[in-house]
Design a protein around this ligand. Structure first.
Ligand code: ATP
Length: 237
């Protein structure tokens, strides 16, 4: 089966003010693929995710999805096309209930909102138990699940996962990554940034390693995981 390019980043440069954070970055994610984006703190991973999602401008280069350029589209327009960022769990709306946070994910397309909400609650039973609580009262892991549920409500074609394990206990991380495995097995296209390189490599097909804003290594995840030089130089051993 030949897989079409879903997401393609070409010669991307971006930064804050005059300082470039990303320079000449090239990545591609094929339909149904799970791709990990690795690198030390400050390598530029979050900036790349934000540029893809339309939350930060590209200074140069292209971001394309399913063959169409995204550069001039707003973040909302990209969500409508299926490019959806699942932010860190702390970015839920703390004063709103779990239910309202989930429903917010359907802000661009409210069709079947009740059925879709029910599907999320079936997927994340812990959220169902806390449906009418304020999101700010949830545990860190539950907030991460809620952020993911909200992102899934937007009907993503490619889901951008930014640091999903951040600050979570090992057992909770297993649960969240279990959900990613299910999504991957259902052929959702995933781009995953995580400090836990071994974990991100274990659920991805391919990986890119960023350092100093450039792609310094790429390959099958199993190969990257087994490469001592890459591990020592960029992934903390
Ligand atoms: P981390 O894992 O620590 O989040 P990262 O690989 O995601 O790292 P980025 O967050 O993209 O890296 O940051 C890349 C560089 O850009 C860093 O040097 C950071 O200090 C800088 N940077 C990030 N956000 C801003 C900002 N809003 N204004 C100025 N500089 C920023």
């Amino acid at each position: 089966v030949s897989r079409l390019d879903a997401l393609r980043v070409v010669n991307l440069t971006a930064g804050y003010g005059a300082a470039p954070v990303l320079s000449g970055v090239e990545i591609e994610v094929r339909q149904g693929e799970a791709v990990a984006l690795l690198g030390a703190n400050g390598a530029g991973k979050s900036t790349l995710m934000r540029v893809i999602a339309g939350l930060h401008p590209a200074a140069d280069g292209q971001v394309a999805f399913e063959g169409g350029l995204l550069n001039s589209l707003s973040a909302n327009e990209r969500v409508r096309k299926g490019v959806v960022l699942s932010p860190e769990g702390r970015q839920v709306f703390p004063e709103l209930t779990v239910r309202d946070n989930i429903r917010l994910g359907a802000f661009l397309d409210r069709r079947d909102i009740e059925a879709r909400t029910q599907a999320m609650l079936a997927r994340f039973p812990r959220l169902a138990e806390r449906l009418h609580q304020r999101a700010g009262l949830l545990s860190g892991g539950e907030q991460q699940m809620l952020a993911l549920a909200r992102a899934l409500m937007s009907k993503p074609k490619v889901l951008l996962l930014d640091e999903p394990s951040l600050g979570l206990a090992p057992r909770v991380i297993d649960e969240i990554f279990g959900a990613f495995r299910d999504l991957r097995d259902q052929d959702l296209t995933l781009l995953i940034v995580d400090q836990m390189a071994g974990l991100a490599l274990s659920i991805s097909d391919r990986a890119y390693v960023l350092s100093g804003g450039q792609v310094v290594a790429q390959g099958r995840s199993a190969q990257i995981a087994a490469d001592p030089a890459v591990n020592a130089a960029y992934l903390g051993g």
